[in-house]
Design a binder for this molecule. Structure first.
Ligand SMILES: NC(=O)c1ccc[n+]([C@@H]2O[C@H](COP(=O)([O-])OP(=O)(O)OC[C@H]3O[C@@H](n4cnc5c(N)ncnc54)[C@H](O)[C@@H]3O)[C@@H](O)[C@H]2O)c1
Length: 252
């Protein structure tokens, strides 16, 4: 029960890594707000938590919208009674080069992957600061720390997540707020399968390539969730501004 009495927001909470982390937060005693574009899937995750005896609400939102973020933050304060932990995890990928990427696609990737984190922090930090602190975890990527092919907007956006995390840690450490990024390698989720589709590649071959790393397999969402629970909990009380890599040794 490492998150007992904590109130947590998980964005992209209906999908692979977000869903696993919502469940892990709840198993550690947190009340969880599952935030996602997909209202039905978010409700299903919240219901799964409640069925297991936990506390959870589902909130439909587009995290790139400031109006949606303001509504989510107000609802969580109202319904859960505060905010101690935020996992800014919603993200999208477009597998294209600069030449192939439209301006609209570029802006959408940055809206969901980068602006959403800025907006959430803008509205949550004052609440955490007034409450003596909190923990924010942002989902970067191995491709926020090194480059990757045919993913120009994604690589740029995840690099921004990693460095925005450091800047947030510097600004808000004195208020007792820790901010870290978790940087997964290839994890077995819908996003990975969608990438194979976007690239027009055979799914089995794409997933086999994703497993090519020292631990010789893809990651599971629960393995990212375990790292996020640690960053969210007081066990990581002296950790801020870090970029934690959870990738089966891929970057190594
Ligand atoms: N799967 C991987 O291999 C991998 C690797 C590195 C980083 N990541 C990152 O992990 C995070 C989660 O990815 P995943 O693999 O679980 O993906 P996923 O597609 O399985 O889940 C993403 C969730 O985010 C939601 N979402 C998308 N846009 C949204 C928006 N505008 N507002 C609210 N919710 C929105 C989706 O509905 C979905 O439920 C992303 O930031 C992704 O970039 C994933």
């Amino acid at each position: 029960m490492r998150l007992q009495n904590k109130k947590a927001i998980v964005t992209g909470g209906a999908g692979g890594i977000g869903r696993a982390t919502s469940l892990a937060f709840a198993a550690e005693g947190a009340s969880v707000a599952v935030v996602d574009l997909n209202a039905d899937a978010a409700e299903a995750v919240a219901e799964e938590i409640r069925a297991a005896g936990g506390t959870a609400i589902a909130l439909a939102a587009d995290v790139s919208s400031e109006a949606d973020i303001e509504r989510v933050v107000a609802s969580v304060v109202d319904e859960l009674g505060g905010i101690d932990v935020v996992f800014n995890n919603a993200g999208i990928i477009r597998r294209t080069t600069a030449v192939e990427t439209t301006v609209e696609e570029w802006d959408r990737v940055f809206g969901v992957n980068v602006r959403a984190i800025f907006l959430m922090c803008k509205h949550v930090v004052p609440i955490m600061a007034a409450n003596g602190g909190g923990s924010i975890v942002n989902t970067g990527s191995g491709w926020g720390l090194k480059g990757g092919g045919q993913a120009i907007s994604y690589c740029a956006s995840k690099g921004a997540v990693v460095n925005m995390t450091r800047a947030l840690a510097i600004d808000h450490g004195p208020q007792g707020i820790r901010v870290n990024s978790v940087n997964p390698g290839d994890v077995d989720t819908g996003m990975l399968r969608d990438e194979a589709k976007q690239l027009g590649q055979d799914q089995a071959g794409f997933l086999a390539e994703a497993a090519e790393r020292p631990l010789n397999r893809m990651g599971q969402p629960s393995e990212i969730a375990a790292a996020v629970v640690w960053l969210a909990s007081d066990e990581s009380s002296y950790v801020t501004g870090s970029a934690l890599v959870v990738d089966g040794g891929g970057i190594a």
